[in-house]
Design a protein around this ligand. Sequence first.
Ligand SMILES: [Zn+2]
Length: 401
Amino acid sequence: MPAPSTTRGGDLLPAAILGLLGSRGSSSRADIARLLRVSPAAVTQATKSLIARGLVAELEAEPSRGGRPARLLGLVSDAASAIGVKVTADHVATVRVTLDGLVRAYSTRAFDPSVPDALDRLGRLLAEAVAAHEGTLLGVGVGVPGSVDSQASGVVTAPTLGWAELPVGAHLRAELGVPVLLDNDVNTLAAAERLYGVGQDAASYVVVTIGRGIGCGVVVDGSIYRGARGGAGEIGHIPVADGPDCACGGTGCLEALIGEEALVRRAREEGLIGPAQGIAELTGAADEGVPGAAEVFATAGRLLGRALAGVVHTIDPGVVVIQGEGVTAWRHWQSPFETSFRRHLMPSRRSLRYQVHAWSEQQWTLGAASLVLAAPFDSADTAGEQGRLVRARLQDPEGGA
Ligand SMILES: [Zn+2]
């Protein structure tokens, strides 16, 4: 875990302690000092004020290893929470997550992003969620299926939502009156991994999503790599063949070959499923051993393995995470993927670990909430003023920001 910066955005130490307790669980002061690479005296000073503010409490003593038993510190779970939001082409999902990563409420509402006043409607919908929130709200994290130029500005371009250069961040901040952090939806999953998953041990990793879209969140040295316009990680649009046409305007993109729509189209053409049936029926057909059905996923697995080998050679991640709604059929992708991935990797990279995570739609919103809950670790100040406002609220829940 990177050390908190004290040079930018004020003193990050109290917020970093809260973030550490949230992601690692209860810890002794000595462990906190070691993990954050700061002096024990600084930790003692910072935790004193956190305890006084009701954010942190002393728990039972850790088993003694000879000396005086160390008191464990833990978060007061309900002291503060974040709202995570995922915007899709037909609905908005929201979740409330406490400081220690526990889900308290999850709901979805119908939403049409293509109407002229979509942004106003989204603002009103989220204002209701903020108004219904009890206790200290640190901020609202929003994941969108598109590019966000920077977390600090929050200008969104998302073709699947029909949004081009839309000032979503500024609009929502004005409407909601709380910090609002935005990012590409796959990047939000990478942020969640940083807090609760592989990012605790690996400084560089990639999170690949399969399903309706094929995406990738790239984390390099502890920070999400965004690119010049926030569009990094669009591995779904790596051209891997001469056809078919892709929704992006290109041709032969990975997503046009192994995205959910492509798999369903092929299965319909081959008569494996009916003309009105979809991915669930195709998965069912493969499960039942219908000839040809498993091969649709196998082809996708082989192509994914080949493309990911190229990504690995470019990024050199410590671990690869595979997520997304498509993993519900992973048993049919797995073996062809494994063979293809290993075969296309350079010998020195061939033993690279990858993890496939069980999926639920809630993951998108948890990722979005992680944008807010990760603010204590934002030593690079990527979220700018919004991140500093979240940290200010953490340190002074009564005063807010
Ligand atoms: Zn494309």
